[in-house]
Write a protein that binds this ligand. Structure first.
Ligand SMILES: [Zn+2]
Length: 174
């Protein structure tokens, strides 16, 4: 589907998928990874406009809008991009390079650590998507970080001030 970035960027096998304590299958570091590496690509099937409406109505949570307005259905993808779990203290982000959606880690990651991203979900219908990330700054729901303070006010999650991507110690298990 995407041709402009060399596959070598995401085929270095820095990460692999396995069972997650957060939810289902997650993506974990195979080795310690310096900040700013391309970990995976978000691939899938480009949908026609009527297919997008259909998939939204069906509750497909793997839809991703590309910078050019096309929509990718990640549930049809074969690569790891779609398997990253959300957390309220994400260690990686989705970034477009030459129009290609890539998962890039925002900070250094230890070997064996689960890597999480911010899905950028809108707060509408947010209570349908409870968060189980167990991070100290968890807001209780899967929602984009600009809404975190609002969610804490509305739903009473513990108020802490951690800027996404800077809370390097927050991944320690309790
Ligand atoms: Zn959370």
């Amino acid at each position: 589907m995407f041709r402009s970035i060399h596959p070598r960027c995401w085929e270095r096998k820095l990460v692999s998928a396995r069972n997650s304590k957060i939810h289902g299958i997650g993506v974990f570091a195979n080795q310690s990874i310096a900040a700013g590496q391309i970990l995976a690509r978000y691939d899938g099937k480009i949908l026609a406009a009527e297919e997008v409406q259909c998939e939204l109505a069906a509750g497909n949570r793997y839809l991703l809008e590309l910078p050019d307005g096309r929509v990718v259905d990640g549930s049809a993808g074969k690569e790891l991009g779609r398997l990253f779990n959300y957390s309220c203290d994400p260690s990686a982000r989705l970034e477009y390079r030459e129009g290609v959606p890539l998962i890039i880690n925002s900070r250094a990651i230890g070997r064996g650590e689960e890597i999480t991203i911010d899905y950028g979900f809108d707060p509408a219908d947010v209570t349908r998507f409870p968060c189980t990330c167990r991070k100290p700054n968890c807001v209780g729901y899967i929602v984009a970080w600009p809404y975190h303070a609002m969610m804490r006010r509305l739903y009473g999650a513990p108020a802490v001030s951690i800027t996404p991507g800077t809370a390097g110690n927050a991944d320690r298990e309790k």
